[in-house]
Each structure stands twice: as structure tokens, then as C-alpha cells.
Design a protein around this ligand. Structure first.
Ligand code: NAD
Length: 363
């Protein structure tokens, strides 16, 4: 297969972890005889410093001409005081809305070797494997009016939650299709006892569900779901939810895995082009020290091969190789202390090399 990947390392630890992901892409493409062309673009704070714009035209063009996009992380204290539309994070919003990436996928699975670092007891965690499908381009974050104004002598702030039938329908299809390839269960999360948007959400999700008779559908209120994620996370297969609820629940779900450096994400639209990135930020506190965990970014490459290129065998090999390296007792600094499985602490570069060598030899 011949593919073009846009790689946007970004700020802080972004370039360090992305470098390891590029190594993995190169090893994998050699092994499976794929022709992968990688083009790097500048994004986030680094792009503000150079071009005064978090997503310069040149970077946009690289992404536009590529089949898929891999991003490290953006942001850092240097740019914290800039106004909202000039901040590094603006680049992410522009990429998501510019390519109409309306579906954010966040797989939540547990590595046995990392259960020790989770705040949840082992018996509730073993075997947890679900995915959150979050609507990413609608709802409260984008609805208008969105403003602060003076009314009757006091300041008031307004955000607006809007959902259109078409927005709900297309994200519901993503969730049901995903469930068909998994354990065939969708939990649709809303607040239909209070919100009009949620009542429409529920109605449309039920309509879409009729097209997938092999998938079981349940509805859950968001407050209950927040509780169930810590009480009994094994019950979930695919959680389908709107933008704001998904933002909060996906961070909660990430925490139960005990390791922010391990979790990948994918943002997809109607086409095969996706934006793949680790869920963590630019970690300025450890940047430049060769200690960051590159696994979330490497697992994001696995998602890219799965969802953008339909190369399941390659995706699985990356995931199995990561598991193999952990099972051998190699951990980066974030996961080393008090880890009963740890044999050796490795650097960012060493972790990348270990995963590559397992891929080369077969996991
Ligand atoms: N998608 C993104 O690019 C994204 C996401 C979240 C935050 N940010 C930005 O990143 C900056 C820092 O934000 P933050 O500190 O709230 O979150 P963060 O995720 O960068 O860091 C939180 C903590 O986790 C640690 N950590 C994160 N990733 C790690 C990894 N791969 N290996 C080892 N340890 C890791 C950090 O050292 C830190 O202690 C901010 O400017 C924020 O706006 C960017």
C-alpha cells in the first residue's frame, strides 16, 4: 500500500514521542512492504513562534495532501497568556473542524502490568476493554450564541447546546458500526430527563439502532455513567455520547487505566482521513529529558493503520509488541516506581527501539 502521512510533532514532549512513532511506522512499512511518505509540519506554539499562527498555511497544505495526520501535542506555559484564538490549542480545533472530524474515538483498555497504578481495585479492572465514541464538532462547545454581555446591570455568560438530527445520526452510525466489530453493545449516554438536545439524541439513536439488529442498545444518564465507569467499567463495550459529556467521561475513563502516557485517540470524519494523537498534553515539566512515555503516540499509529488504512494485521502487531515489551518488564520513568513488574527503567528512545525490535521479530 502507498500512503502519505502528515506528522505534526508540536511542542514539549511532542517531538520526542513522535520520533518514536515515526520509527515504528518505518519498521512496520518495511516489514509489510508498504510505501509510506512522511511529511512533517510545524504546529502549535512552535508555529506561533515562527509564523505567528498555530496552524500555518504550509502545515494545513501538508495535512490536506496527506491520507492521515499524526500529532504529538501542543501548548506550554510560554503561550499560556495569549488570547484564545491565538493559542496553540486553536490548531487542534482548526484541524478537527477543517477536516470535519466529528467522531473522536478513545479506546480504554487495561494493561495487566499497570493495574498497580490505577486508583481502582484490580478485581474491577481486569478485562476492561471499551471505547468511547464522542461527538466532536457540535453541541455546547460550538453552539451560538456564545457570549458574555451585560444584562440589567450584571454580567451574564451564555453558551448554547445545539444538535442537529444529521449530526446525531452520523455519530450514532460510527458507534454501531464499531460495536458490530466488538462485543455488540452500545451504551448511549445523555441527560434526556433534563435536556432537549438529549431527548432528540435518544430518539435518533433509537432510529439508527433499528439498522443494526445485531447490536444491543442501552441508554444511560451521564451522571450514572460517570459513576458506573468507576463502579463497574467491565459492563461497557461502546459508549456513545455528545461532545461535552464525552470530554469529561473520556478523561475519567483514562484515569482508571492509571497511565496517561498509554492512551491513544483517533478523530475521524466521513472519509478515511483521520487525526491521531496521544490523549496527553505536551508535558512541559519533562520535555527534553528523554523520559516521556511514547506508547500513547505509538498506539495512535496502530489506530491510524486500523481506521485510516484498514490494515488490521499491522495495527494488531503494534499493540501486541507494546504488550510484549511491558510484559518483559521495560517501563519508562512514569510507570517504573513501585511497579511490581518492572525490571528496567528505559528512556523514550529505548522504549521506541524496544517496540521496533519486537515488531521486526514478530510479537
Ligand atoms: N492534545 C494536546 O495537544 C493537549 C492535550 C492536553 C493538554 N495540552 C497542553 O499541554 C500543556 C501541559 O498540560 P498538562 O500539564 O495539563 O497535561 P499533560 O498531559 O501535558 O501533563 C500532565 C502530567 O502527566 C505527565 N505526562 C503527560 N504525558 C506523559 C508522557 N507521555 N509520559 C510521561 N508523563 C507524561 C506530565 O509530565 C504531567 O506531570 C498545556 O499547555 C496544555 O494546554 C495539550
Amino acid at each position: 500500500m502507498r500512503v502519505k502521512i502528515a506528522v505534526l510533532p508540536g511542542d514539549g514532549i511532542g517531538p520526542e514521542v513522535v520520533k518514536q512513532a515515526i520509527k515504528v511506522i518505518n519498521v512496520l512499512s518495511k516489514k509489510f512492504h508498504h510505501q509510506v511518505e512522511i511529511k512533517e509540519g510545524i504546529v502549535g506554539g512552535a508555529a506561533i513562534d515562527k509564523f505567528g499562527d498555530p496552524l500555518p498555511e504550509e502545515t494545513w497544505k501538508i495535512c490536506e495532501e496527506s491520507d492521515s495526520i499524526l500529532l504529538g501535542a501542543v501548548g506550554g506555559p510560554k503561550w499560556d497568556n495569549l488570547p484564545g484564538d491565538k493559542r496553540p490549542e486553536k490548531a487542534l480545533l482548526k484541524l478537527r473542524s477543517g477536516f470535519n472530524l466529528f467522531a473522536n474515538l478513545r479506546p480504554i483498555s487495561i494493561f495487566d502490568e499497570l493495574i498497580f497504578s490505577s486508583p481502582i481495585k484490580e478485581e474491577y479492572l481486569k478485562g476492561v476493554d471499551f471505547i468511547i465514541v464522542r461527538e466532536l464538532t457540535g453541541g455546547l462547545y460550538f453552539g451560538k450564541p456564545k457570549e458574555t454581555r451585560i444584562e440589567n446591570g450584571e454580567e451574564i455568560a451564555i453558551d448554547t447546546m445545539i444538535y442537529r438530527t444529521s449530526e446525531i445520526r452520523r455519530i450514532a452510525h460510527v458507534a454501531f458500526k464499531m460495536a458490530q466489530k466488538r462485543k455488540k453493545k452500545v451504551t448511549s449516554v445523555d441527560k434526556a430527563n433534563i435536556l432537549e438536545c438529549s431527548r432528540l439524541w435518544r430518539k435518533i439513536v433509537e432510529e439508527v439502532a433499528k439498522e443494526y439488529p445485531d447490536v444491543a442498545l442501552e441508554h444511560m444518564y451521564v451522571d450514572n455513567c460517570a459513576m458506573q465507569i468507576v463502579r463497574n467499567p467491565k459492563q461497557f463495550d461502546v459508549i456513545l455520547t455528545e461532545n461535552t459529556f464525552g470530554d469529561i467521561l473520556s478523561d475519567e475513563a483514562a484515569v482508571i487505566t492509571g497511565s496517561i502516557g498509554m492512551l491513544p485517540s483517533a478523530s475521524l470524519g466521513e472519509t478515511k482521513k483521520g487525526l491521531y494523537e496521544p490523549i496527553h498534553g505536551s508535558a512541559p515539566d519533562i520535555a527534553g529529558q528523554n523520559v516521556a512515555n511514547p506508547i500513547a503516540t505509538i498506539l495512535s499509529v496502530a489506530l491510524m493503520f486500523r481506521y485510516s488504512f484498514d490494515l488490521e494485521e499491522e495495527a494488531k502487531l503494534i499493540e501486541k509488541s507494546v504488550r510484549k515489551v511491558l510484559s518483559l518488564g521495560y517501563f519508562t520513568k512514569d510507570l517504573y516506581a513501585n511497579n511490581p513488574y518492572a525490571q528496567k527503567m528505559v528512556t523514550t528512545e529505548e522504549m521506541g527501539d524496544l517496540i521496533c525490535s519486537v515488531i521486526e521479530g514478530g510479537a
